[in-house]
Design a protein around this ligand. Structure first.
Ligand code: GLN
Length: 284
């Protein structure tokens, strides 16, 4: 078969098996074939009318079958692009999502390029948020924490591979493992899904650590915990920013207001959903 037909056929199969739209699965088929052939996207496009040798077709088919069985694309190819960075992803981390780029952008608006600020990313996982901020704000220093040492190992490997040096990694249950450092901006994409949400049993979420996804009955347990302690770790006028669920913006705003934050506002993700809430500490 020629490359173009292989991709089309694979895209249809993945769309059908996982109930995804063709736009998504076309990209997924390309990523799988790139991985099987160890080529980049430009090569694939330039060679779309080439005949695919059987040997490579078999390699590709093995990867395709894993995807058809629901395994996340990021686990099959071992990485995910996030904010222009290629991040290693394993079963120990959440798979970075485009929604979370909204949180990175929100943080960058509060960190001038020339300022020397201290930033904290709680629950860093692959290091996605911390590394994206550090890479774009070289004068600032980022501390990235995670309760999971396995996740931190992945984040450290990502920092090393990307030669990003203005990040320190710390094993910590939210703030508990931090010394009394003060930060200018605290960001987090904590677990925020309701414990009994059926989505936890669907799609990629089935393959990701539950501890990175679910947070109590209303999904807000960790956001409450973090917001309660954040004032002790923020400089006066420092910012706290969360990614949260599609229906949680108002609750997150209330939790922030109850804990001394003001200037609270929301930011929409690419799907026009209020995905990020930010607040500034009013401290004398
Ligand atoms: N955004 C993810 C989802 O809904 C959840 C990530 C999280 O809980 N932080 O699929």
């Amino acid at each position: 078969m020629i490359v173009k037909d292989v991709l089309l056929c694979a895209s249809n199969q993945v769309a059908h098996a996982n109930q995804l739209n063709q736009h998504t699965t076309k990209l997924e088929a390309q990523l799988l074939l790139q991985h099987a052939l160890q080529v980049d996207r430009a090569w694939l496009i330039a060679h779309e009318y080439d005949e695919l040798p059987d040997k490579y077709y078999l390699l590709f088919e093995a990867l395709l079958n894993r995807r058809i069985n629901g395994e996340p694309i990021a686990h099959i190819i071992g990485y995910r692009e996030f904010y222009g960075l290629r991040l290693k992803v394993t079963h120990d981390t959440l798979i970075p999502r485009p929604d979370t780029e909204t949180l990175v952008e929100a943080a960058l608006t509060k960190i001038p390029v020339t300022a020397h600020l201290n930033i904290l990313d709680l629950g860093t996982g692959t290091g996605a948020i911390a590394l994206a901020i550090a890479h774009n704000r070289l004068q600032s220093n980022v501390v990235a924490s995670d309760i999971s040492q396995q996740a931190l190992n992945v984040a450290i490997e990502n920092a090393t591979n990307l030669t990003i040096q203005n990040v320190q990694f710390i094993a910590s249950d939210w703030f508990l493992g931090l010394s009394h450092q003060q930060f200018d901006v605290i960001v987090s994409n904590p677990p925020y899904i309701e414990a009994d949400d059926i989505h936890l049993h669907q799609g990629d979420l089935r393959f990701e650590p539950l501890s990175a996804l679910a947070s109590g009955r209303d999904g807000l347990d960790d956001i409450r915990r973090i917001t309660y302690s954040a004032p002790n770790y923020l400089n006066p006028n420092g910012w706290l920013m969360f990614e949260h669920g599609y229906n949680q913006a108002q609750y997150v705003a209330e939790i922030m207001a109850e804990n001394g934050f003001s200037q609270i506002s929301h930011i929409k993700d690419l799907a026009e959903i209020l995905r990020v809430t930010i607040g500034q500490l009013s401290k004398l």
